[in-house]
Every structure is written in C-alpha cells, then in structure tokens.
Design a protein around this ligand. Structure first.
Ligand code: HDD
Length: 704
C-alpha cells in the first residue's frame, strides 16, 4: 500500500513530548536527583512533610483516572486521512467533501456495554466514530457497525443503557447482554426487534475492527449552496470485506486475548497494512421524504440498498497509531452535534437527543468546558470566540476584549454574516406544528424490517442468529421474560421463534404479551397498526456471506504448526506464497525461542502452544518434516487443528503431514487441503478468501 502521510494532521505533534536524553523533572521542570527514595529523617527514619518531589509525583498519580465513558468505554483509535473522490457540490457545500479534498481524521472503534477494561470480543454493537478535522471545523460522524438502533426516541436511552449494563445490585454480567434486565427491557420494547436481529447475528462479533461496516445510522441532511436540503444516510464499506468470528470462537478469544481487536488494529497499522473504508451515501430528495413504506426519520429502519443505492464518495485510510492512548484515544471527544457547513440534522428524535448528550458528557468526563483545547480535539483551522476561563483553560487569548459587539477590537472575532461570508447556516426547514410529547404512528411497524433482515441471511447465518437468541435467553432466569421475547420473535418469523423456543423448552406465544402491548400502546394507542407493504422482501446487502469483500487474504494470520525437525523448504514455499498475497505466517511450536530445521540451521519462533490458541488464527498449515512425529503426540497441536476445523477454517497439510489430519475428526472437504491431492497453496488461499467453509457447519454440527 502506498505510504500516506497525514496532511495537517500533524497539528497534534507539537504537543508530543519526547523524553529522549532528557533529565527527569518535576511538573515544574525542576531536575529530579533521586527517583527511588522519599526524603527521610535518617535513612531508617520517618518521611518528611517537605518532600515536594514525592508529593508532586503522588498528587498526579492519585488523579490519573477520569470517568470512563458511560457507554462505549472500551475503545481503540487511530489517525488517518479521508480523501473525497466524487463531486457532491449538487448536494452539499461541505469543503471536506469537495472532490480531491484530503482531510485528516481520528477514528475510534468501541464496544458499548463493557467497562474500559472489558473484552474486545463481547457480543455487542461496535461504535464507529470518525472526527474529520476539516478546514471549516471539526465534523464528527459518530456511528455504529449496525445501521439501526434499539430505540426510537432519546428519552429511552438511559433506560436502555441501564438495562444492558451489569445489573446494579451485584454488577454482573460484564460486557454481556445475556441477562434478565436487558431482555426484560427488550421484550417490552417491540421497536428493538430489528436491532436485536443484528446484535444476535455475527455482525456483533467482528473478526476485526478493520472488517466491519460503519453506519451513520440516522438520516442526516446535506445542504447545497442554494440552501436546498437532501436527506442522506452514511455507510463505511471496509476494503477487507465484512467478516466475523463464530460465538464459540469469540468466547474463547476473550480468554486467550481480551485485547484481540485492539492488538489487531495496532499491529496492522504498525505493519503498514493500513485499513481502508469507502464512504458511501444514500441520497433521498426532500420531496421523497414520505415515499417509502417506513419513515426515514425512524432510526430502527434502514433504507434498503435496492431502493436507494449507495454511492461511494470517498475513502478513509487509517495510517498512524496514536502516540499515547490516554491523551488521544481516551480524551477524544466525539459529538454528533458537531457538524460543518453543508451538513445538518434530520428530525430523527434519537439524533435530536444525542445533540445534547455528547457535549454534556464530555464536560463531565473531561472536566469542564475546555475539552476542545485538548490536542486531539482541537480544530485545525483554529478557534476564535469570546469564550473564556473555565477549568484547565489552555489557550491564552490576547487583549482586553472578550465580548461582542465591541469597537475596541474592531468587532473581532466577527461573525460570518457581518462580512458576507457563509459560515454555518441551518437548513431553512419550514416547521408548522403543535408542541407535543408523542410518537408518530409512522414509527409503529416494528417487525417488517426485522423480517427483511432475517430473510436476507444465508441459512448458516440464520442458524447463528437462532443460536445467539437461544444462548442469550437461556441465560435469562425469568421465564416470563423468555416467553415475552419469544412472542416478539414469533411476530418476526415463526420458524425462528419455534427453533429458539425448542431450545428454551417453550412454545412461542401466538400474540404479543399483554405487558408488551400495554407499553407499545403508550406510544401508539391503536397498536398493533397494520404495516404498509414493504418494497422489498430480501436485501442481499444485509448478508455477510453474500458479500465476502474483495476476496483478499491481506493481513490474515496463518498458523504454521511446527516443531524441531520441520522441513525448511516445506515452510518457505508456503510462506512465500502467503506473503505474496499479503497474509502473515506465524510459526508456532512447543516452545518459543529457536527450533531446528530438518535440513540444519535454526529459526526463531515467537509463539508456543502454551500461549496461543487456534481461535487467534484464520487458517492452519502443517509442514512436512521430522516435526510431524512430535506433533502426532502433542495434544495441544491436535486441539489446534481440531478446533480450527470445527470453526470452519482452512487447513492445509504438506505431504508428509497428511496423516495428522486423520488423528482428529477432520474429514476431507474443500477446506481441508492435502498436498498430495490438491493444489496446495492456491486452494488454501482460495478457501481463505471465502473466510470460512460454511458448508462444514451443517453435517459436522460444528459449534458456533
Ligand atoms: Fe451514543 C458514546 C454511537 C445513541 C449518548 N455513542 C457513543 C459512541 C458511539 C455512539 C460510537 C462512542 C464515541 C467515542 O468513541 O468516544 N450512540 C451511538 C449511536 C447511536 C447512539 C450510533 C444511535 C444511533 N448515544 C445515543 C443516544 C444518546 C447517546 C440516543 C443519548 C441521548 N453516546 C452517548 C453518550 C456517549 C456516547 C452518553 C458516552 C461517551 C460519549 O458519549 O462520549 O453521550
């Protein structure tokens, strides 16, 4: 991949502190003489009150933690650039979307429910936040890897979060939705039916942060130079394709490497495998606002790509890891309320609530109103206003004037209107309405799109969804909650509900539970309301299997299962081919350090069967050599390949190693590749491109 530098993005570099060859100092810059010993009355005596060097150190240490984000606490970030590739001037004036514009970005991915130190592989939505440092100020696209949301109105957000977080009495479970309070809430909120379909699908357990889609979720608005608005939905499409792990893998990865996603992103960028996403938009003319069978302001709905195709308008490349996790990733303050000229909000009631919440939470989390001045949050075009003071003010404004209008500073900073400049102008949307606390009945169809999603999945994906609901609801203790959710599933798809019901020992109720209806009728007195006929019954774009990405194995990790006596040429041949395709070969043996080649000579091995597990790899290769005898008696090796097989991954065996496959329950299929009968490297690479051998799942009853 060609090296891409961050234009202007280096604005935060002036704040990077380099300790190279520097004497240690206190926070006031006083050189520290001894960083080991406190000041004492005699070397065995009590410490002294005047130890300003020690107090300086401890005062800072005692305040190192700030409140973690109330949701999305666990996250990983990276710098990069966004390059606009299409002419969007008919729709928006946004400078960063002018064809050819290159804009620095900072992107943070996150899980939602878990605490800051929780596992990356939780079954959960992933946050996908991008801060564009545009020449017209910062624009934050704060989205998720799922294009819809659980609820329709921001008023319910704190309740949703309270329901999914660990239960307040015993703070169990961590980073998991599989518990009573979450499903209690879900089963009373039929509007969540569509979103839970997505969270129970493998989308909620991505293989890599680099292999997930991103969505702005809400409908936003573009505004052009004439002030005309166009509704817009944002999509991030990963160049590496959309891939997930299986639930059984996710649970095991959480044990072997809770930082799996964070490490994967970090290492890819360090290795120069810069992840890329194309930014796509779905555009809906204002005149067409009411033309669909669903309401485009309802955040529990997608606009099927068959109705409005996604047009690609730019590409994001993440090419630089942060210098410091806390200063950058932790202090990054995202806010969907930060829009730039040419971009505006729609009236989606969930989005409207978000416009308040993020600024408010940053004020609390980052300790006051000056969080914009933290290096990671500063706009590159500078900020100029009359705001002053507050905790931790970093800027030093010049002069005596901090008010407007003024004559003493010649009216500066002036507002754009004064000099005929455009500045940020809201879309002049006409409004004629009564003030009400209400929900539109156009939001009342809760099941049609949930069904669309389920119908669009491949049979294997549907099975995974059934397993996920069964897992989660089995973890719920209250049988009434199980039954209520089952009633919701039955409205979506009877086969789905029946299969989940079988796993719970319950027959799905035909009708929604009375309690569910009672709550739904608070919003829609006539609930259930006959839905409109949907435009499409199936959408290919919703299945991960139908679109395995670009068919690349770039940056995939292949475990080379070796030991002393392995045949070097058998290793090298495969390694060369895989590396040519951009994949990584990782040698794993019974011990780390050096192992001997059959031909003589040694090779360094970084990983052993003790520390690594098959779930951390995409595919497996067993080379030929004297190592094969050792592997035959090594239960850890057998466990590796068996598990890889059960997780439907590609396994290749060099000629002399083929016997090893028979020491397990591995059966020959298109993903089990033998040197003697197959085209070893090409077939291996081809199967890896397809991500998984899905066909293996059914007959072998592979756990998922
Ligand atoms: Fe939110 C964080 C995404 C609804 C209130 N949210 C947060 C982050 C993401 C999202 C990606 C992490 C930002 C980061 O990396 O720092 N949230 C969403 C999406 C939503 C959504 C896609 C629906 C479509 N959120 C939502 C609502 C509210 C909030 C309705 C409140 C009314 N979200 C917050 C928050 C957080 C947050 C409490 C916690 C930390 C933060 O903002 O910075 O304000």
């Amino acid at each position: 991949m060609k090296e891409q530098k961050n234009p202007k993005g280096m604005h935060i570099d002036q704040h990077v502190v380099d300790n190279d060859n520097k004497v240690m100092t206190t926070n006031d810059g006083v050189p520290v003489y001894d960083n080991n010993n406190t000041l004492k009355a005699g070397d065995r005596g009590p410490s002294l009150q005047q130890d300003h060097v020690f107090f300086d150190k401890l005062m800072h240490f005692d305040r190192e933690r700030i409140p973690e984000r109330v949701v999305h606490a666990r996250g990983s970030g990276a710098h990069g650039v966004f390059e606009a590739t299409a002419d969007m001037s008919a729709y928006t004036t946004a400078a960063f979307l002018k064809k050819g514009a290159v804009t620095p970005v900072f992107t943070r991915f996150s899980t939602v429910a878990g605490f800051k130190g929780s596992t990356d592989l939780a079954r959960d939505v992933r946050g996908f936040s991008v801060k564009f440092y545009t020449e017209e100020g910062n624009y934050d696209l704060v989205g998720n890897n799922i294009p819809v949301f659980f609820i329709q109105d921001a008023m319910n957000f704190p309740d949703l979060v309270h329901a999914v977080k660990p239960e307040p009495n015993n703070e169990i479970p961590q980073a998991a939705s599989a518990h009573d309070t979450f499903w209690d809430f879900m089963s009373l909120m039929p509007e969540a039916a569509h979103m839970t379909m997505w969270t129970m699908s493998d989308r909620a357990i991505p293989r890599s942060l680099r292999m997930m889609e991103g969505f702005g979720v809400h409908t936003f608005k573009f505004v052009n130079a004439k002030g005309k608005g166009t509704f817009v939905k944002f999509h991030w499409k990963p160049r590496l394709g959309v891939h997930s792990v299986a639930w059984n893998e996710a649970q095991k990865i959480s044990g072997f490497d809770a930082d799996f996603h964070r490490r994967d992103l970090w290492e890819a960028i360090e290795n120069g495998d810069f992840p890329q996403w194309d930014l796509g938009v779905q555009l809906v003319p204002e005149e067409d606002e009411m033309k669909f069978s669903f309401d485009i302001l309802d955040p529990t709905k997608i606009i099927p790509e068959e109705l409005v195709p996604v047009q690609i308008i730019g590409t994001m490349t993440l090419n630089r890891n942060p210098e410091n996790f806390f200063a950058e990733t932790e202090q990054a303050a995202f806010d969907p309320g930060r829009v730039v000229p040419g971009v505006d909000f729609s009236d989606d009631p969930l989005l409207q609530g978000r416009i308040f919440s993020y600024m408010d939470t940053q004020n609390y989390r980052l300790g006051g109103p000056n969080f914009h001045e933290l290096p990671i949050n500063r706009p590159i075009n500078g900020k100029h206003n009359n705001q002053k003071d507050g905790f931790s003010r970093m800027d030093i404004p010049k002069g005596a004037v901090s008010y407007f209008p003024n004559s003493k500073a010649e009216g500066c900073p002036y507002h754009a209107m004064l000099k005929g400049e455009t500045g940020y102008q809201s879309h002049k949307q006409p409004i004629d309405a009564s003030k009400v606390r209400a929900r539109s009945d156009s939001f009342a169809d809760h099941f049609t799109q949930a069904r669309l999603f389920f119908n669009s999945q491949s049979p294997e994906e549907q099975e995974h969804i059934i397993s996920a609901y069964s897992f989660e609801l089995s973890k719920v203790n209250d049988v009434n909650v199980r039954r209520r959710e089952l009633a919701i599933l039955n409205q979506v798809d009877q086969n789905l509900a029946k299969k989940v019901g079988d796993n719970l020992g319950l027959v799905p109720p035909k009708k929604l539970d009375e309690l569910t209806l009672k709550f739904a009728r608070q919003n829609h007195p006539e609930y259930p309301i006959q839905p409109k006929k949907p435009e499409v019954e199936k959408s290919e774009a919703l299945s991960m299997k139908v679109k395995p990405g670009e068919g690349t194995i770039k940056s995939r990790k292949v475990a080379f299962l070796v030991d002393d006596g392995v045949n070097q040429s058998s290793v090298d041949r495969m390694k060369r081919q895989l590396e040519k395709e951009g994949a990584m070969a990782v040698l794993i043996a019974s011990h780390v350090g050096k192992i001997k080649y059959q031909e003589g000579g040694e090779v360094e091995v970084q990983h052993s069967y003790l520390t690594d597990a098959s779930v951390l790899y995409d595919a497996f290769y067993t080379p030929d050599g004297d190592s094969v005898k050792k592997l035959a008696d090594n239960p850890d090796y057998l466990q590796f390949i068996n598990e890889g097989y059960r997780h439907c991954k590609a396994l290749a065996f060099a000629k002399g190693a083929e016997e090893l496959a028979k020491r397990s329950f591995i059966a020959k299929d298109k993903g089990v590749i033998f040197e003697s009968s197959d085209n070893l490297t090409d077939d291996f690479i081809q199967v890896m491109k397809e991500h998984r051998v899905w066909e293996r799942e059914k007959p072998r009853k592979v756990p998922a």
